[in-house]
Design a protein around this ligand. Structure first.
Ligand SMILES: [Zn+2]
Length: 270
């Protein structure tokens, strides 16, 4: 599932192509993908220009002329790709915006994603966006620390909760907790202020490094130009079940925390 670094990378790569492009046509091949229903969606969006792109948590917003915005939920396997004219579209393409130059495609293997057309003023009261907490770098180390101290939930469950911190998913929580030497089931309030400040710093660093390397291409993630990221080559625990811990050589353990598959080192993470 695209997390904060992947959606940020999609935003940055699409921002090279989309602003000022006009939508000339819209082919919807999977009706359940769009809101409102295809006919109205298409009628409303055709003729509009793309103004700019914005990311909120794991959501991407394409701001359009006509006081409209397109809210993209990628869920597990959604891809939004700019395709120059004359190039072959990727498999599982369910929607094509025909632009005055090139095309914007939405592809989705598992078909859980959504493209929702909103009026600009509806953004601020959209339920998915309304409940988003601050992004990690919008918190000071002190406020992050207080947030953990007030919670008796397991560390991993708390960090995955988008209403507490926006943008972190399974990959970056597992990677950050390993780098911080913290066990995913530790109670959030049990961290010392030093441990909490270190964790906050590590989360910000891991996300920045992941953005700089174009995100993690696990499952089928690609950026807005159809290219893979490379942060998966730097994963220390995620997807490395049974392989030796890079620090102590103990096999990486795998369990379920907060109903998510969780990778950790049973020796290094306390
Ligand atoms: Zn270890």
């Amino acid at each position: 599932m695209p997390e904060l670094p992947e959606v940020e990378t999609i935003k940055r790569t699409l921002s090279k192509h989309l602003p000022s492009r006009q939508i000339k046509g819209c082919e919807i091949r999977l009706p359940k993908l769009v809101l409102p229903a295809p006919e109205e969606f298409s009628r409303t969006v055709v003729g509009q220009k793309v103004l700019e792109l914005e990311r909120r948590g794991k959501f991407l917003l394409l701001h359009l002329s006509g006081n409209l915005s397109l809210l993209c939920h990628f869920r597990l396997t959604g891809q939004l790709i700019y395709l120059p004219d004359g190039q072959e579209e990727p498999p599982h393409t369910h929607l094509r915006f025909i632009l005055d130059q090139g095309n914007l495609l939405y592809a989705d293997l598992r078909q859980f994603g959504k493209l929702e057309l909103l009026k600009r003023e509806e953004i601020s009261r959209h339920p998915s966006l309304l409940k988003l907490g601050p992004e990690p770098w919008e918190l000071t180390p002190e406020t992050f620390c207080q947030l953990l101290q007030r919670s008796h939930r397991q560390l991993k469950a708390l960090l995955l909760d988008q209403s507490v911190i926006a943008g972190l998913g399974n990959i970056y929580v597992d990677e950050s907790l390993f780098r911080a030497g913290l066990h995913p089931t530790r109670k959030a309030s049990s961290l010392s202020p030093e441990e909490a400040v270190k964790l906050h710093h590590i989360i910000c660093e891991v996300l920045k490094e992941a953005i700089a390397t174009g995100g993690s291409s696990v499952r089928n993630y690609v950026d807005g130009e159809g290219k893979s990221g490379t942060f998966q080559e730097r994963h220390l625990v995620y997807g490395r079940r049974g392989q030796p811990c890079p620090r102590c050589k103990t096999p990486i353990a795998y369990t379920t925390v907060a109903s998510r598959g969780t990778h950790f080192c049973p020796v290094c993470q306390k």
